[in-house]
Design a protein. Sequence first.
Length: 490
Amino acid sequence: MKNSHSLLFAGLVLVTLSVSCSYAAKAPEPVLPVPTVQQVEWQQMERYAFIHYGLNTYTDAEWGYGNVSPEVFAPEKPDCRQWARVLAGAGMKGVILTAKHHDGFCLWPCTGTDYDIASSPYKGGKGDLVKELSEACREYGLRFGVYVSPWDRNRSDYGTESYVGYYRSQLKELLSGGYGDIFEVWLDGANGGDGWYGGADETRTIDRRTYYDFPAIDSLILALQPDAIIFSDGGPGCRWVGNERGIAGETNWSFLKGAEVYPGYPRFQELPSGHEDGDAWIPAECDVSIRPGWFWHADEDTLVKTPEQLLDLYFKSVGRNANFLLNVPVNRDGLISGADSASLYGFNELLAREFPCNLLQGSNVTVNVSSERGRDFRAENMTDGDVDTYWSVPDGTGAAYAEFVFGVPERLDKMVLQEYIPLGQRVVDFDVEYLSDGKWLPLDCGEETSTIGYKRILRFAPVTADGVRVIFKESRGPVCVSAVEAFLRH
Ligand code: FUL
């Protein structure tokens, strides 16, 4: 009896809904795969920092062998608040710390090993840099993440089942809440090879695909930190972009064939562009260091990337539908060096100058579109500064365009395009043009204009235009465009 009542009730609700919906067009159906809420929020972070710090900082190494004594780790005043202050001041939205790099040394007191900060002179063995940085991040409004190398060149049991248990216990310690919310867990692909391995001093190889049972590791991580994004060559939260130069493909799909790619995937040349026919939403993250190395080395103090180089990397990562993970190594004093912070601040200032004000937002701009889906999907949604609203077209629409005509000619050197990704990544091919003397001419940005995704930024030599337009030539379903913007560097 109860059931039939609720069925009747459900039927009435459906009728009511369909009556009220007839006044407003329905949102387009999602085109799979689509991101999780957490992946959308992660993508909106756009840029955040890596910090490589540990024994290597004091031995001038990049890949510690696992045999260096923890005695070497004796910084007098490492200042995590300085790291957070500099990074937040440079516009970064989060920090990922090498809680454990390949040498196996842990920057937190780890119960399963003595190869950790508790065995070092730092704070007389009472220090915990994971805690200190997580607290500093909270103070400065940064999200906090951890790099936990699956490879461990110190452990005698590396290569056996017992090591996998140890690795899982490390993740449990880091993710169980003592360090607060973790936005990203970084699972590096370098795995297996020579190492100290408790004195065995030999080469060990593992089957990268099966040894860890990564699906079980992912479940463990998400059970403890449901909002965390898991980075690896193949996600599942986000993927390696396939190079360590910080450069995404001009064509960049946020998809992978999920079951195919795993940490240490040999066909990493596929990763800059993703798999157009992929079945899993696994967007790209571009990791790159501000210096040649990932760890700090005195002789690289003069080789810090310039603000201009960082800006270029921003355009080649965030500007191509990827996130920008910039490594800033901490030096032997336990601080971000002056050269690095100067460059970071300079980059942040350059970035502000690139995007002074959106020329398409003025009241004297007329917007014409090929068609509109309905009142909730109007053209104005592209210029309202709100990425949660979008312009869309009726189902079955082929090519579509959006045209912006200025009241007075404007000079511009950049355009920013954004798709409404909660409904999927759709655009396959597009063109941008500008209006001059009554003619539409191509805007030559020197890149493939194929995919857009969460964000695409096109740079070109400054032009004076009476208007601009975007022609969406091919799309997986009706286009859903949340922003079109135009800028001139200040
Ligand atoms: C690589 C590692 O082998 C490097 O040492 C560094 O940590 C980089 C971010 O990832 O795969």
